[in-house]
Design a protein around this ligand. Structure first.
Ligand code: ATP
Ligand code: MG
Length: 495
């Protein structure tokens, strides 16, 4: 039996959009070579093609390949329906509700295969969050997996099966109730920026360009497809994506694309907080966090994403907290680029440092070092951030632990100090201590002591701890005087 293809189900262009022929750039006129494409993505493309379907690489991977960058992930677009994709790949599962996507798994790499989206299809905003577990995906190694309930909250299906009952499909997999799958010339108008709307055709290695994306990439311009304000209103996450691509790629924003950003920031309030959590990680944990931070502030979006953070920074221009935050983001970028793991816990400790310090300082000074004060300050700052961003509980708990370890690290007491080394958050807390010491917010000698003790063998560790002189007698040079009489209290306080 002849299988209906998505392009046959729905062959008209977007409403109000006259069908446009793509500019087809032959292999000889572009720089994308198959050697730059993941072997697994190539497998998927070839298998689809052998199955009689169209198969294109699309989106950020095509953009990055043209720029000579290594793509973060490879997305495939096809006229095969999701059920048809599933039949071609054993290692595949379908996710999503009205619009289904196929995830094809190869060990740690997942190739996302999307059927061309029709003009009437739900937008990307309603799609599941791509990676159930970023440990399995490409990109930076994040040392804590995301929770399945986050995916559900963002409109995704954690196991890809929850919504089968809602859907009516015929035996070929064609969706009877929805008309969500279309052709490539409809799909292209649903994409965000021209640079993200190029298709690499595995049939002849040409690049299809409907929107002038190749020229925009060549001139390093980021331009929304269509009317910018309409496109931002359709999906306000595009505001953050514009900032992210500006920061990550160093592209110039087209004036029409840049213009509405600051005035539309408040639309982010209507975006599901689970999606904003994902976008926050993409802004800050992929090697360009410091630039994302600068760009977010310059474009006026930090005020919408993290209002308390922006308020703190605006009230304390060029503060030491801002320096700490930027330096911490730079360190995180360096870790990502060096292939080291990074964690949302440390990121949120950095971002929320100002609001946490402010909450601590709102208490009478004699309570600043008390655990209850520190924990209450962390909870307050996290709660405020959670109005926008769904910070999963274990990262929120991690932030509390990092801050509550600070006084213990600043005042190591005899062998009890060694126990801090075993604490699951020791590493993150120590990194924070180092940053604070660099900026004069914690004693340098103590930070160095902790650096040293991690390098020496166990017996020497005990000696170092004993040399502190027992619980009441820190070693000379580390002694900071009885706490109640310490004058420069703010030094050992987070801010
Ligand atoms: P990255 O390098 O971060 O992966 P990307 O452009 O590939 O960048 P993805 O989130 O992986 O971003 O999305 C893949 C493609 O899907 C985009 O290039 C774009 O064509 C389309 N897309 C993603 N999100 C949206 C959106 N919110 N609105 C319109 N199109 C989108
Ligand atoms: Mg991508």
């Amino acid at each position: 039996m002849l299988k209906p293809k998505a392009s046959e189900l729905n062959s008209s262009a977007a409403p109000g959009t006259a069908p446009v022929a793509p500019r087809i750039i032959p292999r000889s006129e572009h720089s994308i070579s198959r050697s730059g494409i993941s072997a697994n993505a190539l497998r998927v493309l070839y298998r689809l093609r052998e199955g009689g379907f169209q198969a294109f690489l699309v989106g950020g991977c095509v953009r990055d390949l043209l720029l000579g960058l290594e793509p973060k992930d490879f997305d495939v677009a096809t006229d095969a329906l999701p059920e048809e994709v599933r039949r071609l790949f054993r290692n595949c599962r379908l996710v999503g509700r009205r619009f289904r996507l196929a995830h094809v798994f190869f060990g740690r790499e997942t190739i996302e295969v999307a059927t061309f989206r029709a003009a009437s299809a739900p937008s990307q905003a309603e799609e599941p969050i791509p990676d159930a577990d970023p440990e399995e995906g490409e990109g930076p190694e994040i040392d804590e997996p995301l929770e399945p309930e986050l995916l559900e909250a963002a409109g995704g299906s954690a196991d890809g099966t929850a919504d089968d009952a809602e859907r009516a499909v015929d035996e070929t997999g064609r969706i009877l109730r929805d008309n969500v799958y279309g052709s490539i010339d409809e799909d292209v108008w649903r994409r965000d920026f021209t640079a993200n709307a190029l298709y690499y055709n595995i049939a002849d290695f040409s690049v299809w360009d409907y929107v002038g994306g190749a020229e925009d990439i060549a001139s390093r311009t980021l331009r929304l497809i269509g009317d910018p304000e309409t496109r931002y209103r359709e999906d306000p996450v595009r505001l953050l994506r514009a900032v992210r691509f500006e920061a990550k790629l160093g592209f110039r924003l087209d004036p029409g694309t840049a213009g509405p950003i600051a005035s539309l920031g408040e639309l982010l309030a209507g975006v599901p907080s689970a999606r904003l959590f994902e976008e926050t990680l993409k802004l800050f944990l992929y090697g360009h966090g410091a630039r994302s931070f600068e760009t977010l502030r310059r474009r006026g979006l930090l005020a919408s994403l993290l209002p308390t953070v922006e308020a703190y920074l605006a009230a304390h221009p060029e503060s030491v907290v801002e320096k700490l935050l930027v330096r911490g983001l730079e360190n995180t970028d360096a870790r990502v680029l060096g292939g080291k793991p990074v964690t949302p816990t440390f990121l949120f400790a950095l971002l929320l440092y100002g609001p946490i310090a402010q909450a601590i300082e709102a208490a009478p000074p004699q309570h600043w070092h008390e655990l209850a004060t520190i924990l209450e300050a962390c909870d307050r700052a996290v709660r405020a951030a959670q109005a926008q961003i769904a910070i999963p509980r274990r990262f929120a708990l991690g932030v509390r632990e990092m801050f509550s370890l600070q006084p213990r690290l600043e005042h190591p007491r005899g062998r009890r100090a060694l126990r801090a080394l075993e604490h699951p958050r020791f590493r993150a807390a120590y990194d924070l201590l180092l940053l604070r010491a660099e900026l004069g917010l914690a004693p340098r000698a103590t930070a160095e002591w902790w650096s040293r003790i991690q390098q020496v063998p166990a017996p020497e560790r005990a000696q170092m701890a004993d040399a502190l002189g027992g619980p009441a007698e820190p070693k000379e040079g580390m002694r900071r005087g009885p706490r109640r009489r310490r004058r420069r209290r703010s030094k050992s306080n987070p801010a």
